[in-house]
Write a protein that binds this ligand. Sequence first.
Ligand code: ATP
Length: 361
Amino acid sequence: MTNYQIAVIPGDGIGPEVMNEAVKVLELLKKLDPSFQIEFDTFDWNSEYYLRNGKMMPDDALDTLKKYDAILFGAIGDKRVPDDVTVWELIMPIRKNFKQYINLRPVKLLKGVSSRYSGETIDFVIVRENAEGEYSNSGGRLYLGTEQEIAVQNTIITRTGTKKVARFAFEYAKKHDKRTVTSATKSNAIIHSMKLWDEVVNEVGMDYPAINLQSYYIDALAAYFVSRPEDFEVVVASNLFGDILSDLGSAVVGGLGLSPSANLNPEGDFPSMFEPVHGSAPDIAGKGIANPIAQIWSVALMLEHLGRRDLAAVILESIEQVIVQNEVQTPDLGGSSTTSEMGSAICDALQHLLLVREGRY
Ligand code: ATP
């Protein structure tokens, strides 16, 4: 019997809409699988909360969250609040304080998704460094507003940070029977930080003789993502490179509505956080037409992280079944179904698969 405590933060815009469907899936699993017990508490920390309280979350929020096994996050962003407030006062403190130094993004072309790559098997993960690299707040500006104005933004690549992300990538490859790890670099032009990146990734790779390491310059790699995405298995990248590659990867396999992500603290010292790649999508918020698949797939990543790979697999199978059946499709997939219809169709498929699995159907 496993009993998990989950913190749910739906956020802004379509966040709460897609989160409703993710919670429906969790409630169903709880009902159908007696070995799986889950409790969740929902926190209303979002832009509305900021407008009421002058902060994105309470002062003791991290202490509160620390007690949970995982955090399920929706999306954040509202035009009434500057982006640097929503990001740097909510998402970043969680990622940084909980040492979620790995951002894992699966890039998988689901069966039935119409794409120019239909018929190809595209199934890889991007392991993005999530705590340092190009997204540091080290730097500053001088001579503001003058012709001499200078901006300096430092990239922080550390031996320890790179070692940890490389080790995670190789371990992931080993655990999932993958043969190749691809490293994104640019050491021909970024000659200090990226050279250290290359050296450390190579050193870690030596401990995995059965796994091939290939390094590509980021510009070439971006082109290969488009020209031959079926060739990749595990891609490891710095914060900025990984961020860009992730959006490219998600475009290749069907768009943001289908792209989940995990912010992981691999040691388990702190809860990890699971969220769709997409933002709050203000253009469609409130219309009930957002695709909840990315959020539901994030639930699958969360369950895999918590040790229930079986339940993660059955959720993904249900999502694929609904897409293949082609009866329920949200507008981003070319249909006219609502968020809630899509969530319910996935729940129906899930229920059927679980009952079949137990021989009760
Ligand atoms: P943010 O700055 O918060 O990332 P954004 O609007 O720049 O916000 P997204 O919110 O990710 O970026 O949205 C980008 C586009 O993708 C929008 O047109 C949005 O409607 C669409 N989109 C994002 N998520 C979904 C979804 N789950 N279902 C359907 N369309 C989506």
